[in-house]
Design a protein around this ligand. Structure first.
Ligand code: NI
Ligand code: MN
Length: 249
């Protein structure tokens, strides 16, 4: 798979079959997403065939409605409550795939599971009220014959990651390290231990000064645990190809 980092927690994944997944669409207003990339999302290089939403906070959902409407055939996969909310906002209900924990969906070339996160999921409305956004989650993307990617979404460290490791054996994890709202680098290193993943892409840091964790700290914490998990550091706009052989331990 080919992974493009749009900045903060937003990723585009291009599977080996050419299908594109946009995860946690915070694009137009994302202060760290390069303008060039904002323009290119949805073009042939960055197709939007599926839209995945981990939870209801603005930095994960801000452009969900407009992008879902612009890509009318793309399934939008999220939890049950956010799917309902998107329908209320005018997204075609035919495309909404509201999931819950324990379930999976099979698509062309990949299987998608929704797994628990320890976080919150309220959706901030324009009038300042908060709509219940169900339980926050993460995704396991099992590419047929390819990489198994765990995108945790915003989460604290949780023992559930050991279950995720046992059930899915992810090769690669995308984990938040910024602290305050999510894991810090030390907890993220422990998550790598739980997950037994070969490689990790840190995210959800540096966007705002309050998100203080750094990839360097993650590397230090992994070393303290005696882990040789490969840390793939991406700047907003960076594109990387990942295959399972890259993360050999
Ligand atoms: Ni959040
Ligand atoms: Mn967030």
């Amino acid at each position: 798979m080919t992974i493009t980092f749009l900045g903060h927690s937003t990723f585009h994944i291009k599977l080996d079959n050419g299908k594109g997944l946009l995860i946690d669409p915070w694009v137009a207003q994302n202060p760290v997403c390069p303008d060039e990339l904002k323009k290119n999302i949805g073009t042939a290089d960055f197709p939007v065939d599926y839209i995945l939403i981990s939870h209801g906070h603005f930095d994960h959902i801000a452009d969900a409605v407009s992008i879902a409407k612009a890509h009318g055939d793309a399934p939008v996969i999220t939890n049950y409550e956010i799917a309902h909310w998107l329908g209320q906002k005018g997204v075609s209900t035919e495309n909404l795939k509201g999931m819950n924990f324990g379930g999976a969906l099979q698509f062309e070339g990949f299987k998608l599971s929704y797994v628990k996160a320890v976080h919150t999921s309220g959706i901030m409305e324009e009038d300042g009220s908060v709509t219940y956004g169900g339980e926050p989650g993460g995704f396991v993307i099992q590419e047929t014959g390819g990489t198994c990617l765990y995108y945790s979404g915003d989460t604290a460290l949780t023992m559930d990651m050991q279950l995720t490791a046992e059930l899915y054996q992810p090769n690669l994890a995308i984990l938040p390290i910024g602290d305050l709202y999510t894991m810090d680098p030390r907890a993220a290193a422990m998550a790598c231990k739980f997950l037994a993943c070969q490689a990790v892409i840190p995210c959800h840091y540096g966007t705002f000064p309050i998100l203080t964790g750094t990839p360097e700290q993650l590397k230090e914490e992994l070393a303290k645990l005696g882990l040789n998990t490969k840390v793939i550091v991406l700047q907003p706009g960076d594109i990387t190809s990942y295959s399972n052989s890259m993360g050999e331990r």
